[in-house]
Design a protein around this ligand. Sequence first.
Ligand code: ADP
Ligand code: TRP
Length: 332
Amino acid sequence: MKEIVVSGIRSTGNLHLGNYFGAIKNFIRMQHEYTCYFFIADYHSLTTHPTPADLHMNVKQVLVEYLACGLDPDAATLYIQSDLPEIAELYLLLNMNAYVGELERCTSFKDKIRQQPDNINGGLLTYPVLMAADILIHRAHKVPVGKDQEQHLEMARTFGNRFNRLYHTELFPEPYAFNYGTQLVKVPGLDGSGKMGKSEGEGNAIFLSDSPDVIRKKVMRAVTDSGPTSEHQAKPDVIKNIFSLMELVSSPETLAFFEEKYNTMQIRYGDMKKQLAEDMILFTAPFREKINALARDEAEIHKIASKGAEKARESASATLKEARHAIGIRRF
Ligand code: ADP
Ligand code: TRP
């Protein structure tokens, strides 16, 4: 039997090239090698109180963009978290054995308290319990997440092990973080700040849904310097960033051409950025086309979401049945 992979996708905002090269490409590979459950974590996003219209629109956008990137609903089980009431029920059961002390010590909770001091709700405190329920509901072994989620994953193991011990069962395996290779790709942003991210400054990220004009504008504004002053000079970070981006979307010949220009001090960053913008436009064109086509096809979205929910519920209801039985919740 193939190992089980579960991962949750934040339901906020549009995807950028960082998300694509960092996480989504891995999902696309995993879906053919493991039994994968990928879901849009809309329950989790309620901790920040989105408006109903924003919530609905964001979930749709994220679903459409993941599909456009190549997530295949026939290979992986792709669903929306709130379509599985089993997750909410397992969350309730796990909450009974999650202690306030350990939840308060969680780094992400402490961060959130600082970020939204006027909205320190119960959902924030029990965020790691909900995430554990997401993972344990499919009895997952592997969870493709970055370093920032390591503590949550450790808590998922704690809650699963605690359940097993308290109720004398081996229902839940221990889930571990999983990524191909040792080093995750880091895609730099355009503003010289380091990482491409949606919460960085305006113009830092190239979104898959950006129009060619927007891409040109953002790339042309990317930070550079006044150019190398000696041959084969080491590149400062802002210049390294432009080259790294080119490495992701341009041909090896194009990259070699500009490397040569840099090394011989003939580089013109304006030309390089023009080329980078055109290559980014070409690279993102198929995504953009699929995003636009799918976004208009409500029937197709409904079909995919329903099928995903149905497949995910098969696995979820089997786990929940065993969990309820173990606890002593049994039908008369
Ligand atoms: P953002 O940084 O825009 O808020 P998220 O934190 O929502 O993006 O990212 C979701 C996933 O996308 C992360 O788990 C990470 O794997 C990947 N990711 C985001 N930005 C980058 C980046 N610049 N380089 C590589 N991977 C990234
Ligand atoms: N907490 C994760 C994040 O912020 C999203 C998430 C929710 C998740 N449930 C999950 C990830 C279950 C993996 C497994 O990125």
